[in-house]
Design a protein around this ligand. Structure first.
Ligand code: UD1
Length: 423
Protein backbone atom coordinates (compact mmCIF):
# COMPACT_ATOMS: atom_id res chain seq x y z
CA UNK A 1 0.00 0.00 0.00
CA UNK A 2 1.41 3.40 -1.01
CA UNK A 3 2.12 6.20 1.45
CA UNK A 4 2.86 9.88 1.01
CA UNK A 5 5.88 11.35 2.71
CA UNK A 6 5.36 15.10 3.11
CA UNK A 7 7.69 17.69 4.59
CA UNK A 8 5.97 20.87 5.74
CA UNK A 9 5.06 23.57 6.12
CA UNK A 10 4.66 24.77 2.52
CA UNK A 11 3.16 27.91 1.04
CA UNK A 12 1.30 26.89 -2.10
CA UNK A 13 1.87 29.07 -5.14
CA UNK A 14 1.21 28.73 -8.86
CA UNK A 15 -1.39 27.25 -11.18
CA UNK A 16 -3.52 24.14 -10.81
CA UNK A 17 -5.57 22.56 -13.60
CA UNK A 18 -8.70 20.88 -12.34
CA UNK A 19 -9.45 17.40 -13.69
CA UNK A 20 -12.80 16.11 -14.90
CA UNK A 21 -15.39 15.30 -12.25
CA UNK A 22 -15.33 11.71 -11.01
CA UNK A 23 -18.83 11.98 -9.58
CA UNK A 24 -20.24 13.38 -12.83
CA UNK A 25 -18.38 10.86 -15.00
CA UNK A 26 -19.48 7.72 -13.13
CA UNK A 27 -23.25 7.87 -13.90
CA UNK A 28 -22.47 9.09 -17.43
CA UNK A 29 -20.30 5.98 -17.94
CA UNK A 30 -22.97 3.67 -16.47
CA UNK A 31 -25.57 5.09 -18.83
CA UNK A 32 -23.54 4.05 -21.90
CA UNK A 33 -25.15 0.62 -21.37
CA UNK A 34 -28.36 2.16 -22.76
CA UNK A 35 -26.82 3.04 -26.14
CA UNK A 36 -26.66 1.00 -29.36
CA UNK A 37 -24.37 3.68 -30.84
CA UNK A 38 -20.90 4.69 -29.55
CA UNK A 39 -20.40 7.35 -26.90
CA UNK A 40 -17.22 9.46 -26.76
CA UNK A 41 -16.39 11.18 -23.48
CA UNK A 42 -13.71 13.81 -22.95
CA UNK A 43 -12.15 15.20 -19.76
CA UNK A 44 -12.36 11.89 -17.87
CA UNK A 45 -10.29 12.02 -14.69
CA UNK A 46 -7.58 9.33 -14.50
CA UNK A 47 -8.59 8.05 -11.06
CA UNK A 48 -9.17 4.56 -9.75
CA UNK A 49 -12.98 4.74 -9.52
CA UNK A 50 -13.13 5.56 -13.23
CA UNK A 51 -10.88 2.58 -14.03
CA UNK A 52 -13.15 0.40 -11.91
CA UNK A 53 -16.25 1.62 -13.76
CA UNK A 54 -14.56 1.06 -17.15
CA UNK A 55 -13.54 -2.46 -16.05
CA UNK A 56 -17.13 -3.06 -14.99
CA UNK A 57 -18.43 -1.90 -18.39
CA UNK A 58 -15.82 -4.10 -20.11
CA UNK A 59 -16.94 -7.08 -18.01
CA UNK A 60 -20.50 -6.39 -19.18
CA UNK A 61 -19.39 -6.57 -22.84
CA UNK A 62 -18.63 -2.94 -23.76
CA UNK A 63 -15.66 -2.10 -25.98
CA UNK A 64 -13.46 0.62 -24.46
CA UNK A 65 -10.97 2.61 -26.57
CA UNK A 66 -8.69 5.25 -25.05
CA UNK A 67 -7.29 8.43 -26.64
CA UNK A 68 -5.49 11.56 -25.46
CA UNK A 69 -3.57 9.97 -22.59
CA UNK A 70 -6.71 8.09 -21.46
CA UNK A 71 -8.64 11.33 -20.85
CA UNK A 72 -10.86 10.57 -23.81
CA UNK A 73 -12.69 7.30 -24.14
CA UNK A 74 -14.95 5.78 -26.81
CA UNK A 75 -17.38 3.19 -25.53
CA UNK A 76 -19.24 0.97 -27.95
CA UNK A 77 -21.33 -2.14 -27.91
CA UNK A 78 -20.07 -5.62 -28.70
CA UNK A 79 -22.11 -8.73 -29.38
CA UNK A 80 -21.11 -10.15 -26.02
CA UNK A 81 -23.54 -8.28 -23.75
CA UNK A 82 -23.47 -9.66 -20.21
CA UNK A 83 -25.71 -8.98 -17.24
CA UNK A 84 -23.54 -9.94 -14.26
CA UNK A 85 -21.88 -7.14 -12.22
CA UNK A 86 -19.47 -8.90 -9.87
CA UNK A 87 -18.71 -8.28 -6.20
CA UNK A 88 -15.00 -8.05 -7.01
CA UNK A 89 -15.69 -4.90 -9.07
CA UNK A 90 -18.43 -3.35 -6.96
CA UNK A 91 -16.89 -3.87 -3.54
CA UNK A 92 -14.59 -0.85 -3.80
CA UNK A 93 -16.98 1.55 -5.48
CA UNK A 94 -20.54 2.38 -4.55
CA UNK A 95 -21.34 3.96 -7.94
CA UNK A 96 -21.07 0.47 -9.49
CA UNK A 97 -24.72 0.00 -8.49
CA UNK A 98 -25.60 2.47 -11.26
CA UNK A 99 -25.31 -0.29 -13.89
CA UNK A 100 -28.29 -2.14 -12.43
CA UNK A 101 -31.04 0.17 -13.73
CA UNK A 102 -29.61 0.59 -17.26
CA UNK A 103 -29.19 -3.20 -17.66
CA UNK A 104 -32.82 -3.80 -16.69
CA UNK A 105 -34.06 -0.83 -18.75
CA UNK A 106 -32.23 -1.99 -21.88
CA UNK A 107 -32.09 -5.79 -21.51
CA UNK A 108 -34.75 -6.53 -18.86
CA UNK A 109 -32.33 -8.41 -16.63
CA UNK A 110 -29.29 -8.04 -14.38
CA UNK A 111 -27.50 -9.72 -11.51
CA UNK A 112 -25.66 -7.00 -9.60
CA UNK A 113 -23.63 -7.25 -6.42
CA UNK A 114 -24.39 -4.99 -3.47
CA UNK A 115 -21.83 -2.16 -3.74
CA UNK A 116 -19.02 -1.03 -1.40
CA UNK A 117 -17.36 2.41 -1.28
CA UNK A 118 -16.37 4.78 1.52
CA UNK A 119 -17.67 3.76 4.95
CA UNK A 120 -19.30 7.01 6.02
CA UNK A 121 -22.43 6.05 7.89
CA UNK A 122 -21.26 3.94 10.82
CA UNK A 123 -23.53 1.04 11.57
CA UNK A 124 -26.22 2.14 9.15
CA UNK A 125 -23.87 1.36 6.22
CA UNK A 126 -24.71 2.96 2.91
CA UNK A 127 -28.14 1.66 1.94
CA UNK A 128 -29.51 1.47 -1.61
CA UNK A 129 -33.17 1.23 -0.60
CA UNK A 130 -34.06 4.50 -2.37
CA UNK A 131 -32.60 3.13 -5.63
CA UNK A 132 -34.34 -0.25 -5.38
CA UNK A 133 -37.73 1.08 -4.23
CA UNK A 134 -37.87 3.62 -7.04
CA UNK A 135 -36.80 1.09 -9.71
CA UNK A 136 -39.52 -1.22 -8.43
CA UNK A 137 -42.06 1.52 -9.07
CA UNK A 138 -40.95 1.57 -12.72
CA UNK A 139 -41.76 -2.16 -12.94
CA UNK A 140 -38.45 -3.80 -11.97
CA UNK A 141 -38.81 -6.99 -9.91
CA UNK A 142 -35.92 -8.18 -7.76
CA UNK A 143 -34.83 -10.68 -5.16
CA UNK A 144 -31.64 -10.80 -3.10
CA UNK A 145 -29.52 -13.92 -3.01
CA UNK A 146 -25.93 -14.37 -1.75
CA UNK A 147 -25.21 -10.65 -1.79
CA UNK A 148 -26.52 -10.17 -5.32
CA UNK A 149 -29.61 -8.34 -6.55
CA UNK A 150 -31.32 -10.52 -9.17
CA UNK A 151 -33.46 -8.07 -11.14
CA UNK A 152 -35.73 -8.30 -14.16
CA UNK A 153 -38.65 -6.62 -15.85
CA UNK A 154 -41.38 -7.80 -18.17
CA UNK A 155 -40.67 -5.69 -21.23
CA UNK A 156 -39.69 -2.04 -20.94
CA UNK A 157 -39.82 -0.18 -17.65
CA UNK A 158 -42.99 1.93 -17.36
CA UNK A 159 -43.04 5.66 -16.65
CA UNK A 160 -44.46 6.56 -13.21
CA UNK A 161 -44.51 9.40 -10.74
CA UNK A 162 -41.96 8.77 -8.00
CA UNK A 163 -41.45 10.91 -4.93
CA UNK A 164 -38.15 10.24 -3.17
CA UNK A 165 -38.68 10.19 0.63
CA UNK A 166 -35.27 11.86 1.06
CA UNK A 167 -32.76 13.46 -1.26
CA UNK A 168 -30.11 11.18 -2.75
CA UNK A 169 -27.60 12.10 -5.46
CA UNK A 170 -27.03 8.47 -6.50
CA UNK A 171 -30.72 7.48 -6.52
CA UNK A 172 -31.58 10.58 -8.57
CA UNK A 173 -28.86 9.75 -11.13
CA UNK A 174 -29.85 6.07 -11.17
CA UNK A 175 -33.52 6.81 -11.80
CA UNK A 176 -32.77 9.42 -14.46
CA UNK A 177 -30.69 6.98 -16.50
CA UNK A 178 -33.09 4.09 -15.89
CA UNK A 179 -36.20 5.94 -17.06
CA UNK A 180 -35.10 7.55 -20.34
CA UNK A 181 -36.00 4.47 -22.43
CA UNK A 182 -39.25 3.77 -20.50
CA UNK A 183 -42.73 3.56 -21.92
CA UNK A 184 -44.52 6.81 -21.11
CA UNK A 185 -43.59 9.65 -18.80
CA UNK A 186 -41.72 9.50 -15.49
CA UNK A 187 -41.92 12.30 -12.96
CA UNK A 188 -39.20 12.29 -10.30
CA UNK A 189 -39.98 14.43 -7.25
CA UNK A 190 -37.52 15.31 -4.48
CA UNK A 191 -34.45 14.94 -6.72
CA UNK A 192 -30.89 16.04 -5.95
CA UNK A 193 -29.83 19.18 -7.83
CA UNK A 194 -26.04 18.81 -7.48
CA UNK A 195 -24.09 20.13 -10.51
CA UNK A 196 -23.15 16.50 -11.31
CA UNK A 197 -26.88 15.70 -11.72
CA UNK A 198 -27.28 18.71 -14.03
CA UNK A 199 -24.24 17.57 -16.05
CA UNK A 200 -25.80 14.10 -16.42
CA UNK A 201 -29.07 15.60 -17.66
CA UNK A 202 -27.25 17.86 -20.15
CA UNK A 203 -25.40 14.85 -21.54
CA UNK A 204 -28.49 12.62 -21.72
CA UNK A 205 -30.48 15.34 -23.49
CA UNK A 206 -27.58 15.83 -25.93
CA UNK A 207 -27.90 12.09 -26.65
CA UNK A 208 -31.61 12.43 -27.47
CA UNK A 209 -33.27 11.88 -24.09
CA UNK A 210 -36.22 14.07 -23.17
CA UNK A 211 -35.62 15.33 -19.62
CA UNK A 212 -36.98 18.63 -18.32
CA UNK A 213 -36.90 20.40 -14.97
CA UNK A 214 -40.56 21.07 -14.13
CA UNK A 215 -40.00 22.28 -10.56
CA UNK A 216 -37.10 23.10 -8.24
CA UNK A 217 -36.65 19.43 -7.30
CA UNK A 218 -38.85 17.80 -9.97
CA UNK A 219 -37.81 16.28 -13.30
CA UNK A 220 -40.02 15.02 -16.10
CA UNK A 221 -38.65 12.30 -18.34
CA UNK A 222 -40.59 11.40 -21.48
CA UNK A 223 -39.40 7.98 -22.66
CA UNK A 224 -37.62 7.74 -26.03
CA UNK A 225 -36.92 4.62 -28.11
CA UNK A 226 -33.18 5.02 -28.54
CA UNK A 227 -30.21 7.30 -27.99
CA UNK A 228 -27.90 8.64 -30.66
CA UNK A 229 -24.11 8.63 -31.08
CA UNK A 230 -22.81 11.25 -28.66
CA UNK A 231 -19.67 13.24 -27.84
CA UNK A 232 -19.61 14.91 -24.45
CA UNK A 233 -17.10 16.75 -22.27
CA UNK A 234 -17.48 15.94 -18.57
CA UNK A 235 -17.58 18.95 -16.20
CA UNK A 236 -14.63 19.82 -13.92
CA UNK A 237 -14.39 18.36 -10.42
CA UNK A 238 -16.20 20.46 -7.82
CA UNK A 239 -14.59 18.79 -4.82
CA UNK A 240 -11.06 18.88 -6.21
CA UNK A 241 -11.57 22.61 -6.88
CA UNK A 242 -12.81 23.16 -3.33
CA UNK A 243 -9.87 21.17 -1.93
CA UNK A 244 -7.31 23.38 -3.73
CA UNK A 245 -9.19 26.52 -2.62
CA UNK A 246 -8.87 25.34 0.99
CA UNK A 247 -5.19 24.52 0.39
CA UNK A 248 -4.46 28.11 -0.73
CA UNK A 249 -6.40 29.60 2.20
CA UNK A 250 -4.75 27.28 4.72
CA UNK A 251 -1.15 27.95 3.68
CA UNK A 252 -1.18 31.72 3.02
CA UNK A 253 -0.92 30.54 -0.58
CA UNK A 254 -1.60 32.15 -3.92
CA UNK A 255 -3.22 29.85 -6.49
CA UNK A 256 -4.77 30.25 -9.90
CA UNK A 257 -7.18 27.35 -10.20
CA UNK A 258 -8.21 26.62 -13.79
CA UNK A 259 -10.86 24.51 -15.49
CA UNK A 260 -13.91 24.93 -13.28
CA UNK A 261 -16.96 27.21 -13.30
CA UNK A 262 -16.67 29.22 -10.02
CA UNK A 263 -20.40 29.96 -9.91
CA UNK A 264 -21.00 26.30 -8.99
CA UNK A 265 -19.16 26.65 -5.66
CA UNK A 266 -20.45 30.03 -4.54
CA UNK A 267 -21.36 28.73 -1.05
CA UNK A 268 -17.83 27.43 -0.47
CA UNK A 269 -16.12 30.53 -1.88
CA UNK A 270 -18.29 32.82 0.29
CA UNK A 271 -17.24 30.82 3.35
CA UNK A 272 -13.57 31.03 2.40
CA UNK A 273 -13.97 34.80 2.03
CA UNK A 274 -15.33 34.86 5.60
CA UNK A 275 -12.15 33.13 6.78
CA UNK A 276 -10.15 35.92 5.17
CA UNK A 277 -9.27 34.55 1.71
CA UNK A 278 -9.07 37.05 -1.14
CA UNK A 279 -10.85 35.61 -4.15
CA UNK A 280 -11.12 36.81 -7.73
CA UNK A 281 -13.59 35.02 -9.97
CA UNK A 282 -12.74 34.75 -13.65
CA UNK A 283 -14.25 32.71 -16.47
CA UNK A 284 -13.54 29.04 -15.54
CA UNK A 285 -10.83 30.29 -13.16
CA UNK A 286 -10.46 31.18 -9.50
CA UNK A 287 -7.60 33.29 -8.20
CA UNK A 288 -7.33 32.77 -4.45
CA UNK A 289 -4.92 34.15 -1.85
CA UNK A 290 -4.81 32.93 1.74
CA UNK A 291 -4.92 35.37 4.68
CA UNK A 292 -2.16 35.90 7.24
CA UNK A 293 -4.66 34.97 10.00
CA UNK A 294 -7.55 32.60 9.33
CA UNK A 295 -10.85 33.75 10.82
CA UNK A 296 -13.18 31.21 12.42
CA UNK A 297 -16.60 30.22 11.01
CA UNK A 298 -18.97 29.87 13.95
CA UNK A 299 -21.04 27.02 12.62
CA UNK A 300 -20.77 25.07 9.38
CA UNK A 301 -23.63 22.77 8.40
CA UNK A 302 -23.46 20.24 5.56
CA UNK A 303 -26.51 20.13 3.30
CA UNK A 304 -27.66 19.09 -0.13
CA UNK A 305 -26.69 21.45 -2.98
CA UNK A 306 -26.64 24.48 -2.96
CA UNK A 307 -25.76 24.02 0.71
CA UNK A 308 -22.27 23.28 1.95
CA UNK A 309 -21.15 19.86 0.59
CA UNK A 310 -20.36 16.96 2.91
CA UNK A 311 -17.43 16.07 0.63
CA UNK A 312 -15.64 19.29 1.63
CA UNK A 313 -16.37 19.15 5.36
CA UNK A 314 -13.14 17.24 6.23
CA UNK A 315 -10.99 19.75 4.32
CA UNK A 316 -12.76 22.71 5.97
CA UNK A 317 -12.24 21.06 9.35
CA UNK A 318 -8.48 21.29 8.77
CA UNK A 319 -8.82 24.99 7.95
CA UNK A 320 -10.87 25.61 11.09
CA UNK A 321 -8.19 23.92 13.21
CA UNK A 322 -5.95 26.83 12.26
CA UNK A 323 -8.62 29.54 12.65
CA UNK A 324 -8.52 32.19 15.38
CA UNK A 325 -11.10 30.60 17.68
CA UNK A 326 -13.68 27.87 18.18
CA UNK A 327 -15.88 26.67 15.28
CA UNK A 328 -18.25 23.75 14.81
CA UNK A 329 -19.36 21.51 11.96
CA UNK A 330 -22.69 19.68 11.85
CA UNK A 331 -22.73 16.76 9.42
CA UNK A 332 -26.24 16.10 8.12
CA UNK A 333 -25.66 13.79 5.14
CA UNK A 334 -23.47 10.94 6.46
CA UNK A 335 -23.95 10.59 10.19
CA UNK A 336 -20.46 9.42 11.12
CA UNK A 337 -18.16 11.26 8.85
CA UNK A 338 -15.56 12.35 11.36
CA UNK A 339 -13.03 9.52 11.23
CA UNK A 340 -10.30 11.92 10.09
CA UNK A 341 -10.76 13.97 13.30
CA UNK A 342 -8.90 11.35 15.37
CA UNK A 343 -6.01 11.43 12.91
CA UNK A 344 -5.94 15.24 12.93
CA UNK A 345 -5.55 15.03 16.71
CA UNK A 346 -2.30 13.10 16.12
CA UNK A 347 -1.05 16.26 14.40
CA UNK A 348 -2.10 18.42 17.34
CA UNK A 349 -5.71 19.37 16.53
CA UNK A 350 -8.19 19.85 19.37
CA UNK A 351 -11.52 18.48 18.17
CA UNK A 352 -14.38 16.97 20.14
CA UNK A 353 -17.21 15.02 18.55
CA UNK A 354 -20.73 14.64 19.87
CA UNK A 355 -23.19 12.78 17.66
CA UNK A 356 -23.05 14.48 14.28
CA UNK A 357 -21.35 17.65 15.52
CA UNK A 358 -17.63 18.40 15.74
CA UNK A 359 -16.28 21.27 17.83
CA UNK A 360 -12.92 22.53 16.63
CA UNK A 361 -10.88 24.66 19.03
CA UNK A 362 -8.73 26.52 16.50
CA UNK A 363 -5.28 28.11 16.89
CA UNK A 364 -3.58 24.77 16.18
CA UNK A 365 0.00 24.61 14.99
CA UNK A 366 0.12 21.21 13.33
CA UNK A 367 3.25 19.14 14.02
CA UNK A 368 4.20 16.34 11.59
CA UNK A 369 3.20 12.76 12.49
CA UNK A 370 2.20 9.44 10.92
CA UNK A 371 -1.47 9.46 9.96
CA UNK A 372 -3.76 7.07 8.12
CA UNK A 373 -6.59 7.79 5.65
CA UNK A 374 -9.95 6.20 6.35
CA UNK A 375 -11.83 7.33 3.23
CA UNK A 376 -11.48 9.44 0.11
CA UNK A 377 -12.17 12.93 1.45
CA UNK A 378 -10.49 12.16 4.79
CA UNK A 379 -7.32 11.44 2.83
CA UNK A 380 -7.53 14.90 1.21
CA UNK A 381 -8.02 16.51 4.62
CA UNK A 382 -4.99 14.72 6.08
CA UNK A 383 -2.82 15.72 3.13
CA UNK A 384 -3.85 19.37 3.62
CA UNK A 385 -3.10 19.19 7.33
CA UNK A 386 0.37 17.71 6.91
CA UNK A 387 1.23 20.23 4.17
CA UNK A 388 0.70 22.93 6.79
CA UNK A 389 2.37 20.93 9.59
CA UNK A 390 5.91 21.55 10.77
CA UNK A 391 8.22 18.61 10.04
CA UNK A 392 7.90 15.29 8.31
CA UNK A 393 4.64 13.34 8.10
CA UNK A 394 3.46 10.19 6.39
CA UNK A 395 -0.08 9.66 5.17
CA UNK A 396 -0.80 5.96 4.69
CA UNK A 397 -3.56 4.18 2.76
CA UNK A 398 -3.45 6.74 -0.05
CA UNK A 399 -5.37 4.29 -2.21
CA UNK A 400 -8.42 6.14 -0.86
CA UNK A 401 -7.03 9.35 -2.36
CA UNK A 402 -6.20 7.65 -5.66
CA UNK A 403 -9.90 6.74 -6.02
CA UNK A 404 -10.83 10.36 -6.54
CA UNK A 405 -7.89 12.76 -7.00
CA UNK A 406 -6.00 12.66 -10.29
CA UNK A 407 -2.21 12.93 -9.99
CA UNK A 408 -2.47 14.58 -6.61
CA UNK A 409 1.25 14.43 -5.83
CA UNK A 410 2.23 15.81 -9.25
CA UNK A 411 -0.21 18.69 -8.87
CA UNK A 412 0.96 19.43 -5.32
CA UNK A 413 4.67 19.24 -6.24
CA UNK A 414 4.09 21.78 -8.99
CA UNK A 415 2.74 24.33 -6.52
CA UNK A 416 5.48 23.89 -3.93
CA UNK A 417 4.70 20.86 -1.77
CA UNK A 418 7.58 18.63 -0.73
CA UNK A 419 5.81 15.30 -1.33
CA UNK A 420 6.99 11.81 -2.26
CA UNK A 421 5.02 8.62 -2.89
CA UNK A 422 6.52 5.56 -1.20
CA UNK A 423 5.38 2.17 -2.43
C1 UD1 B 1 -22.84 10.99 -3.70
C2 UD1 B 1 -21.37 11.23 -3.95
C3 UD1 B 1 -20.65 11.42 -2.63
C4 UD1 B 1 -21.32 12.51 -1.82
C5 UD1 B 1 -22.81 12.24 -1.68
C6 UD1 B 1 -23.58 13.37 -0.99
C7 UD1 B 1 -20.87 9.99 -5.97
C8 UD1 B 1 -20.20 8.82 -6.58
N1 UD1 B 1 -20.80 10.10 -4.64
O1 UD1 B 1 -22.92 9.78 -2.96
O2 UD1 B 1 -19.30 11.78 -2.93
O3 UD1 B 1 -20.75 12.53 -0.52
O4 UD1 B 1 -23.40 12.06 -2.97
O5 UD1 B 1 -23.40 14.56 -1.67
O6 UD1 B 1 -21.42 10.84 -6.65
N2 UD1 B 1 -29.31 7.07 1.36
C9 UD1 B 1 -30.23 6.14 1.80
N3 UD1 B 1 -30.69 5.23 0.90
C10 UD1 B 1 -30.29 5.20 -0.39
C11 UD1 B 1 -29.34 6.15 -0.83
C12 UD1 B 1 -28.87 7.08 0.07
O7 UD1 B 1 -30.63 6.14 2.96
O8 UD1 B 1 -30.75 4.33 -1.15
C13 UD1 B 1 -28.79 8.08 2.33
C14 UD1 B 1 -27.27 7.96 2.50
O9 UD1 B 1 -26.93 6.98 3.45
C15 UD1 B 1 -26.92 9.36 2.94
C16 UD1 B 1 -27.90 10.23 2.16
O10 UD1 B 1 -28.96 9.36 1.75
O11 UD1 B 1 -27.14 9.50 4.32
C17 UD1 B 1 -27.32 10.90 0.93
O12 UD1 B 1 -26.63 9.93 0.15
P1 UD1 B 1 -26.51 10.05 -1.43
O13 UD1 B 1 -26.85 11.45 -1.85
O14 UD1 B 1 -27.26 8.93 -2.05
O15 UD1 B 1 -24.98 9.81 -1.65
P2 UD1 B 1 -24.31 9.01 -2.83
O16 UD1 B 1 -25.07 9.20 -4.08
O17 UD1 B 1 -23.97 7.65 -2.37
Amino acid sequence: MDKFLIKGPSILKGQVSISGSKNAALPILASTLLFDKPVTLKNLPRVRDIDTMLNLLRSLGSKIEFFDNKKKVRISKTKKQKYFASYSLLKTMRAGILVLGPLVAKHQKSITSFPGGCVLNGNSGRPINLHLNALQKLGMKFSILNGYIHASSKGKLKGKTIKFPSISVGATQHLLISSILSDGTTILKGVATEPEVVDLINYLNAAGANIKWVGKRTCQIIGVNSLKETNYTVMGDRIETGTFCVAATLTKGNLLIKGFDPSLIKTELDLLKKTGAKIKILNQEIHIKGPQKIKKINHLVTKEYAGFPTDLAPQFMVLLCKANGRSSITENIFKSRFMHAMELQRLGAKISIKNNQATIEGNTNFIGAEVMSSDLRASAALILAVISAKGISTVSRVYHCDRGYENIEKKLKKIGVNIKRIS
